[in-house]
Design a protein around this ligand. Structure first.
Ligand code: ZN
Length: 768
């Protein structure tokens, strides 16, 4: 903050007399037992571009460079330039803040935790919320201290179609506001799951990772029980935020080996697929967005300014008037501030396709413990906003057109992406997340061995998500086929049609249970003789490659049914008299079979292809009766004999049954029948439409009522509501008078059989 900023400058002015020539300084004396020093180089801002390669620049104020150096760096600096420098008190020793190892006190957020308390509280978070939180050890350092991360998500430890997000803090060990803030954030998220809908949504929809302490050896350089003595560098006096592979300056821009922390984090980033992250620092108050190493702007510069301003603006709205309001209203392009190389931010952006930003959240690196809660209050809304940004932009899953398997694909926006700003889909789910500022974009998807695919004119809106799932095709033939029916009967035939894509040049069908078993024809006809369910497969290929489509249990071959045997639920059956199609039925039969529609939306339709029963008037010798329901008490649909093949007969209730009852007398046996019983929509059965039978008067008070039909009524059945037959009359008239004295008062169904089928109605008979 400004006041502290002023104090710092006053301090420098006061100490102006203590300016010492670099060349004349004795490094042993300057360092004493210390491994790193903090100092100012007045008038050196002009040389920051060179100095940044030698020492670790922390800040620029006016023309003064503030920096850290290890002894090795200081010796190089002495060789390089002649300047006066001012040795400053190390920021990690300015205060001796209250520490606690009591976990309840840690959760009051007015203390810095001891190292052991930090480790313990991380474990406790995971233990207390095992469903949504798990603890991960990124690395154990040579010192024995650990790099820890908590993973917070629903179905934690399951890879889902969710973007991965990372918060990490205090890669500079003496910049500790973010350390406590991220611990506080963990606590806040876990406690508010299923309490605050927004937090619940975030945990359900984001794979959140939080690493509160990226440099524990630096932070606890003064011992595990105090952060007094915290240093910027790690145990080897290397600035970890200058130790990464740099997009411009190569793998070792600082001339140092990769440190254990650096290797651990690079491995961590390789294993995960972070979409967005931030690393927290202190020493000033600004959101520093890419790039740090280049003057050219990031492809997503507009988006970066948008999300950075959102962070800073929200902080400003919830803090004293001068918090985070310097630079460009609280944000800065990294290079425009001062160049650094080997920073984590650029590494994550360039090499990991992760949108990482550097967040400087307190002017003072080691703030008094009493100010920790204030800084949480300034920042937590912004921390949530920034995290939520990972759910916006364009997202989707990339899969193989043929196998539907997820693919690792590059998502590239032409005339937009540059400097490694493309993203990749993440395995094993195949999900991609392209964060974008509002606009219209063309996204091209590339995967090795696949034809590229461009999705044009994807319209992105700020703070909204748009989904575009993408299928990529490798160019090989895509098998597909259809059949004219999926069910048949023994001896029935099915015609298949090849509708494959990709211009197949060869083809091979395989028909399990079929006659023929294989074919290379485009539209083969296959006969099935044995009841069962059968797979059909089709292999097709072109010059690029071939694929096989197997459709399991694709064809169902129903058995033949003989009256008196099974009572099937089916949508297709061949139905015969007791001796089948090749023999006459026998004497004295009295057999019943019920078919039930396997399709709840359809009625049953009976189609006879042959019919031959002993013919007697009124079918008194041999007769096949068909009932509209599950038994012979159901309304009679037809009573058949003779040799005339009946027209199709329909049941009336969708998903219902039809019952056949056959009786034969002692002599004169005939061929019987062949019929198909199948499900049918019943659409177009005019007989079942209301209005084709008139009943009057209705209700009937006494005497008689009249049933009138357009066709001659051969037989009329009157059934009660339970389906029991109470009255039957045969006739050959279109108008029938029924006398009510034979029927008790009540409501009845009228089923009148005509030569066009059954007509129906309802009558109410009222007591006199
Ligand atoms: Zn820093």
């Amino acid at each position: 903050m400004k006041t502290l900023f002023t104090i710092a400058f006053s301090f420098i002015i006061l100490c102006a007399t203590s300016q010492v020539s670099l060349k004349k300084a004795d490094a042993d004396q300057v360092f004493g037992s210390k491994g790193e020093i903090y100092f100012a180089l007045p008038g050196s801002a002009i040389d920051a571009g060179i100095l940044t390669k030698v020492i670790s620049i922390d800040n620029l104020r006016g023309d003064t460079v503030f920096a850290y150096a290890s002894k090795k760096q200081f010796l190089r600096l002495q060789q390089g330039i002649e300047r006066n420098f001012i040795l400053l008190r190390h920021p990690g020793t300015l205060i001796d803040p209250p520490m606690t190892s009591d976990l309840r006190e840690v959760l009051e957020w007015n203390y810095y935790p001891t190292y052991e308390a930090y480790v313990q509280i991380m474990q406790d978070f995971a233990t207390a919320h095992p469903d949504i939180c798990s603890l991960h050890t990124i690395a154990v350092l040579p010192s024995g201290r650990k790099l820890l991360a908590l993973r917070i998500s629903d179905n934690v430890n399951v890879e889902e179609d969710e973007p991965e997000f990372l918060y990490t803090s205090s890669i500079h060990g003496d910049e500790l506001t973010g350390f406590v803030n991220t611990l506080h954030l963990i606590d806040y998220l876990l406690l508010n799951y299923n309490q605050i809908p927004r937090i619940t949504d975030m945990i359900n929809n984001i794979d959140i990772w939080i690493n509160p302490l990226a440099n524990p050896d630096g932070t606890y350089a003064g011992g595990n029980n105090s952060v007094n003595g915290a240093q910027r560098y790690n145990a080897n006096y290397v600035d970890l935020n200058r130790n990464y592979h740099d997009p411009a300056d190569g793998p070792h821009p600082d001339g140092e080996d990769w440190q254990p922390e650096t290797i651990a984090f690079m491995n961590f980033a390789e294993e995960r697929d972070f979409v967005m992250s931030a690393n927290f620092h202190g020493g000033t108050e600004v959101i520093n967005y890419p790039w740090d190493t280049w003057s050219r702007f990031a492809a997503d510069d507009e988006w970066w300014q948008f999300v950075s301003h959102e962070y800073a603006d929200t902080c400003q709205a919830h803090s004293p008037g001068n918090y985070m309001n310097e630079f460009d209203d609280g944000i800065t392009n990294g290079y425009a501030w001062y160049r650094i190389t080997g920073g984590r931010q650029d590494y994550m952006n360039y090499f990991q396709q992760c949108r990482e930003v550097t967040m400087e959240i307190s002017d003072v690196k080691l703030i008094p413990a009493s100010q920790l809660l204030n800084h949480w209050n300034y920042n937590y809304r912004s921390m949530l906003n920034y995290m939520e940004q990972v759910t916006y932009g364009v997202r989707g899953i990339v899969t193989d057109t043929i196998t539907n398997q997820p693919l690792e694909a590059q998502v590239y926006i032409s005339n937009f992406d540059k400097d490694s700003s493309m993203v990749f889909s993440s395995m094993p789910v195949g999900n991609y997340h392209r964060l974008l500022k509002a606009g219209t974009y063309n996204l091209t998807f590339f995967a090795e061995g696949y034809l590229p695919k461009t999705i044009h004119n994807v319209v992105v809106t700020d703070k909204e998500s748009i989904r575009r799932d993408v299928k990529l095709w490798n160019g090989s033939a895509i098998p597909a086929f259809s059949a004219n029916t999926l069910t048949t009967h023994a001896g029935g035939s099915v015609q298949f049609t090849d509708i494959s894509g990709g211009n197949p040049t060869s083809r091979l069908w395989t028909f399990e249970g079929g006659n023929i078993a294989t074919s290379t024809a485009p539209n083969p006809t296959v006969i099935y003789n044995v009841p069962g369910t059968y797979n059909v497969s089709l292999y097709v290929s072109n010059s690029i490659g071939g694929n096989t489509l197997v459709r399991e249990d694709y064809i169902t071959v129903n058995p033949d049914y003989y009256i008196g045997t099974l009572n099937p639920t089916t949508c297709y059956a061949n139905f015969f008299d007791s001796q089948g199609p090749d023999a006459d039925y026998t004497s004295g039969e009295n057999l019943v079979t019920t078919f039930t529609s396997a399709d709840p939306e359809k009625v049953m339709r009976i189609s006879f292809s042959s019919f031959d029963l002993e013919n007697t008037s009124g079918c008194t010798s041999d007769v096949l009766n068909i009932y509209d329901g599950p038994g012979i008490g159901s309304p009679l649909l037809a009573s058949l004999c003779g040799s005339e093949v009946p027209e199709d007969i329909f049941s009336s209730i969708a998903g219902g049954s039809v019952t056949f009852s056959f009786t034969s007398d002692a002599i004169n046996n005939f061929g019987g029948w062949n019929a198909i019983v199948r499900c049918d929509s019943g659409v177009g059965i005019h007989e079942n439409k209301p209005g084709n039978v008139r009943i009057y008067p209705n209700p009937v008070r006494y005497g008689s009522f009249v049933v009138e039909s357009r066709e001659a009524i051969q037989q009329i059945d009157i059934c009660d509501l339970s389906g029991r037959l109470v009255y039957r009359e045969n006739s050959d008239s279109k108008v029938l008078q029924i006398f009510t004295h034979e029927i008790k008062p009540g409501t009845y169904f009228i089923n009148a059989r005509t030569d066009k089928g059954v007509v129906r109605g309802k009558v109410q008979i009222i007591a006199e």
